[in-house]
Design a binder for this molecule. Structure first.
Ligand SMILES: Cc1cc2nc3c(=O)[nH]c(=O)nc-3n(C[C@H](O)[C@H](O)[C@H](O)COP(=O)(O)OP(=O)(O)OC[C@H]3O[C@@H](n4cnc5c(N)ncnc54)[C@H](O)[C@@H]3O)c2cc1C
Length: 497
């Protein structure tokens, strides 16, 4: 199958680029090795929209961080994704820490960050009474916020697919050859979910015989391998793991602001943050991962995360933790984002080394890449009624007023069936998630879209119901319903076999 543009990787960067380019009259495919979007770095990070004071002035990181932060509220509004402008504190506990704050403030000014101030203890404790009272000062950045990274990623791909982008799931790029100005992309099929699901029925040949005029490499931690396939070995990616502990919603309401400690050379330090859905989260540490997909957690690292976060925030109660997870940072050996047409291979664009603040920067990166593509190929915009940059979602059942709930239940039987009791998710929401443009095909896919399974019991009660609903609507046998990718089936066989 020929495409004008092939994007490799359906994290936030690849998905927002696909959306940005979907307004043009070009044929676009996004090739993703997993069954869903947002299954790597974008699915496991802090979800902070950074204000932009800690990136080194003059770097791409600084430029795209600040502009991405400014774009984020509008983008979230267009995609019906929650964004909360919480502000952030970087906390100092001694003279040395205060000097770091001043340096951060100065680089923030150079980067063009607005609404920043160094504030005193009274200001901090008035806003956040459970911060360690030994705090002396903080850098307050009013524009920082929080977002659900995977919901933003899903909405971006939904929007791209609505505009005609082809999402090729379970397809891993294994080789790239260029001949007569065309890229031939070799792939391997990584799973059978999208070929057996009656909602997709993607043919094998559509995923194995791919040619393209322009390739955009958004492969996260694997971007150096993809670049080498195209003959460009100018950078390497070092995977660095960060581990998190997530707490029950009872803990989330006690904190309003993102709390950072002063950064070290390893990163921004351990943070304490509310999530946009009302939980409390602490993390991440920074350790070199054994390999690029090493998302394991270990108790030593989690102990470190807990102890370090407890130095900032006095109310942490480990008994209120509900899950732990890890994400992999794609740290480049160039120490800055790599966003350019390859110097060694024309029409091949690297969007690589997008470590933190890559989530924040992604909306600005997408616009920048749009300009690069426009410089390589003639791009005509579709007529205004041929595409949209907005996605509308129904209000989640849990957020409806009593009157709205009553009306919804009267008109729709599936609204009456509450599948996830922890998060009050109805069967209607799960069915809608399955039929969305980039629909859920797995238990985790439903979880990320609807929050069924995100609560205190972590899917202990609702997972079998979610599996039944997935099976009914996708036509996939229930023993083939997977948690994440195709090799993670939950049932070994039908229980009555
Ligand atoms: C611990 C941690 C905390 C972070 N916190 C923040 C934060 O608070 N704020 C912030 O702004 N940023 C944060 N970041 C950074 C942010 O998460 C990343 O910059 C962003 O998610 C990168 O998105 P991406 O699309 O480049 O990569 P990814 O989300 O990793 O997506 C890359 C995709 O490429 C696919 N792929 C790889 N190889 C192939 C192949 N051969 N064929 C097909 N597909 C392939 C992968 O499967 C994956 O889906 C954090 C990152 C980590 C790890």
């Amino acid at each position: 199958m020929y495409y004008d543009i092939c994007i490799i990787g359906a994290g936030i960067v690849g998905s927002l680029i696909a959306r940005q380019l979907s307004k043009y009259k070009v044929k676009i495919a996004v090739i993703e090795r997993h069954v869903d979007v947002s299954m790597d770095a974008t699915g496991a990070n802090s979800g902070i929209v950074h204000a932009g004071y800690d990136a080194k002035p003059g770097t791409k990181k600084a430029k795209f961080n600040v502009s991405g932060c400014n774009m984020m509220p509008g983008l979230c509004d267009n995609l019906s994704v929650k964004f909360k402008k919480t502000g952030s504190f970087v906390l100092a506990f001694d003279q040395e820490g205060e000097e770091v704050l001043q340096k951060l403030y100065d680089s923030g000014i150079k980067n063009g960050v607005t609404d920043m101030a160094i504030v005193d203890k009274d200001f901090i404790l008035k806003r956040e009474p459970y911060v360690n009272p030994l705090v002396t000062k903080a850098l307050y950045a009013k524009n920082a916020g929080i977002v659900s990274p995977y919901k933003l990623n899903i909405a971006a791909m939904d929007n791209a697919v609505m505009n005609g982008v082809k999402f090729l799931r379970e397809t891993e790029v294994t080789g790239i050859e260029k001949e007569d100005g065309l890229f031939h992309i070799s792939t391997e099929i990584t799973g059978d979910i999208c070929s057996i699901s009656k909602l997709d029925r993607i043919k094998e040949e559509d995923r194995t015989d791919i040619t393209a005029k322009i390739v955009i490499n958004c492969a996260g931690a694997h971007a150096d391998e993809i670049s080498r396939m195209a003959g460009d070995d100018s950078f390497n990616i070092i995977p660095r793991r960060g581990e998190y502990i997530l707490f029950d919603k009872t803990e989330g309401s006690r904190i309003n602001t993102v709390l950072f400690q002063t950064p070290t050379e390893k990163g921004k330090g351990i943070l304490v943050t509310p999530t946009v859905d009302g939980n409390l989260m602490i993390g991440p540490d920074a350790t070199v991962a054994d390999h690029k997909d090493d998302k394991c957690t270990n108790s030593e690292n989690l102990d470190y995360v807990f102890k370090t976060a407890s130095q900032t925030y006095t109310r942490l109660n480990i008994r209120k933790s509900i899950t732990v997870f890890a994400g992999i940072r794609a740290t480049p050996d160039t120490s800055d984002f790599i966003i350019e047409e390859s110097k060694k291979c024309g029409n091949f664009i690297n969007v690589a080394g997008i470590e933190s603040p890559g989530l924040t920067a992604a909306p600005a990166i997408a616009v920048y890449v749009e300009d690069i593509v426009k410089s390589l190929m003639e791009m005509k915009e579709k007529a205004k009624d041929q595409y949209t940059m907005k996605v509308r979602h129904d209000k989640p059942f849990s957020e409806m007023t009593n009157e709205e709930k009553e009306a919804a239940c009267k008109s729709d039987e599936l609204c009456r069936k509450i599948i996830c009791r922890c998060e009050t998710v109805s069967e209607r929401e799960i069915v809608s998630a399955i039929y969305a443009p980039c629909g859920a095909r797995t238990v985790d896919g439903v979880k990320r879209r609807t929050r069924a399974g995100m609560g205190r019991c972590q899917g202990g009660f609702c997972a079998p119901h979610v599996m039944r609903i997935l099976s009914e609507h996708t036509g996939i046998a229930v023993n083939k319903i997977a948690k994440a990718d195709a090799d993670s089936c939950i049932l070994g066989r039908h229980s009555r076999d």
